[in-house]
Design a binder for this molecule. Structure first.
Ligand code: NAG
Ligand code: NAG
Ligand code: NAG
Ligand code: NAG
Ligand code: NAG
Ligand code: NAG
Length: 438
């Protein structure tokens, strides 16, 4: 897990040093946008969703993997980190306390970004490879485009944006050209909370993933997609649940998960309830079970017994529609000939998968465009994969199932708004008008 040779290793010390106690000055800016936007594109080889923000002085564009449940922004500080405004977070400063970083460390290499004495650290986590290491907490300038919900506006700057430094090796497994991960999780220093507090806007954000170019909105709607569809008006709401046990690769006892969980009560295929072990659908005291939403899993992952029940029901319902099953195509187990499958506005006409939430009237429907992956001209596969037995989280709703659905996370009220497939409203997540209006 840790790289023993890394100069980024923090040597924990318990010596109380009360010098260098600096009061933080988060984002003092005269320009107060109501919302911000960042573009999101899908990397075709890794299926990761990448976003771009500008950091440092002079401003440098960073390509980052978007991690919906990630704890914070982490970037490679070991190579190519040049900035005149980099500031390590001194032990016991307000920055350390906001970040929940209790450790205090020194670094026995020449000082550089990521290697300073008397700093607190966190554990940057590559959630794609499940690798974590220690890294210095720091702040620097971050700049991102504002929006009125229709178009990009002026760039907005946060002068002291908190993030964690990581060594270059932590980038292994991430898309080419990426220098870190942008965590949108439910912590005080994840991107949504820092942007909301910097500009005093609503603690809400929305993601709209696309197989091509999607968008993340920080702040409240409108979230307007061409031709003039405000996706913030299409939302159905369900409570966000807190998993009391961290799902990160490394964490301290007592830490809750930064990921977003929802309460799936049952699963239906073409309106028929699939028999599954109900206790797997709730989160137990050890943080096991339940349903989360993930942008780092390319496809929905189901615990083995749920996978078996859902795929059997799907195959049966497909047979009833005269859809012919064919040989599996990895990583998918259940594939069909596309011969008898009609195309509709909502994608391939196949059985609808329904996730029933807090009551029978609140249903997340997964239509063909989100359930079926076209692996060739003639073959369509159900885009769900088997998570095996003893999986930590029973249902992980992955990226492919989220594409062209707008999801709004309201951190203040702890609820998720979901639009369902936007094709039904004649728009897509690729339809934000990125042409600046200024
Ligand atoms: C550092 O930047 C240079 C020039 O932009 C680039 O060629 C090089 O690949 C970068 N190194 C790393 C480790 O990102
Ligand atoms: C940290 O302090 C130690 C001991 O004083 C010193 O050897 C080391 O060079 C310092 N490291 C940095 C990065 O300043
Ligand atoms: C504003 O940000 C965008 C996107 O990050 C960038 O392309 C553009 O150059 C920036 N504009 C200014 C004036 O800095
Ligand atoms: C249901 O799942 C729980 C939690 O994994 C397990 O303890 C229990 O034995 C399962 N029940 C059945 C009937 O398989
Ligand atoms: C399926 O095919 C059978 C035999 O060709 C036919 O009788 C039936 O109507 C078809 N069902 C559907 C749903 O198309
Ligand atoms: C996108 O926004 C720009 C700037 O407001 C506008 O000129 C353009 O017509 C818009 N594009 C479409 C397709 O509406």
């Amino acid at each position: 897990m840790d790289n023993p040779n890394s100069k980024f290793q923090h040597y924990l010390s318990t010596i109380l040093i009360l010098l260098f106690f600096t009061a933080p000055t988060f984002a003092q800016q005269s320009f107060r946008p109501k919302a911000l936007i960042a573009p999101v594109k899908k990397d075709p080889s890794t299926l990761q969703y990448l976003t771009q923000i500008n950091q440092r002085t002079p401003l440098t564009p960073l390509n980052l993997v978007l991690d919906l449940g990630g704890q914070f922004l982490w970037v490679d500080c070991q190579h190519n980190y040049t900035s005149s405004t980099y500031r390590p977070a001194r032990c016991r400063s307000a920055q350390c306390s906001l970040a929940g970083a209790d450790s205090c460390g020194d670094c026995f290499s020449p000082p550089s970004p990521g290697c300073n004495n008397n700093t607190c650290g966190l554990t940057p986590d590559n959630t794609v490879t499940h690798t974590a290491t220690s890294g210095e907490l720091a702040d620097d300038v971050v700049s991102i485009q504002s929006t009125n919900g229709f178009n990009p506006g002026r760039n907005a700057t946060v002068s002291h944006f908190l993030f964690t430094c990581a060594p270059t090796f932590l980038l292994q497994g991430l898309a080419k050209g990426v220098t870190g991960m942008a965590g949108l999780g439910r912590t005080k220093i994840a991107l949504p909370s820092q942007f909301s507090s910097a500009f005093s806007f609503h603690r809400k954000f929305a993601v709209c993933l696309s197989s091509s170019k999607g968008v993340v909105f920080f702040g409240d709607g409108p979230y307007v997609l061409l031709p003039n569809v405000d996706a913030s008006r299409l939302l159905t709401f369900t409570p966000l649940l807190i998993n009391p046990v961290s799902t990160a690769s490394a964490f301290s006892q007592g830490d809750a998960s930064a990921e977003y969980f929802i309460g799936v009560k049952s699963i239906r295929i073409d309106e028929k309830v699939v028999a599954v072990n109900k206790s797997l659908l709730s989160i137990d005291n050890n943080g096991v079970g339940g349903t989360k939403i993930s942008s780092v899993n390319p496809y929905t992952v189901l615990e083995a017994s749920i996978f078996k029940a859902v795929t059997e029901a799907f195959v049966k319902a497909s047979a009833a529609r005269n859809i012919t099953r064919v040989a599996s195509v990895a990583p998918f187990e259940v594939c069909f000939s596309s011969e008898n499958v009609l195309g509709t506005r909502l994608g391939a006409s196949v059985p609808t998968v329904e996730l029933v939430l807090q009551n029978e009237n609140v249903i997340w429907r997964i239509f063909g465009a989100n359930s079926m992956v076209s692996v060739s001209d003639k073959v369509l596969c159900l885009g769900f994969v088997n998570g095996g037995e003893n999986s930590r989280t029973s249902i992980v709703i992955g990226g492919y199932q989220l594409e062209d659905n707008l999801l709004q996370f309201d951190l203040a009220t702890s609820r998720l708004g979901f639009s369902s497939l936007l094709f039904g409203s004649r728009t897509t997540c690729a339809n934000f008008n990125f042409t600046s209006s200024v």
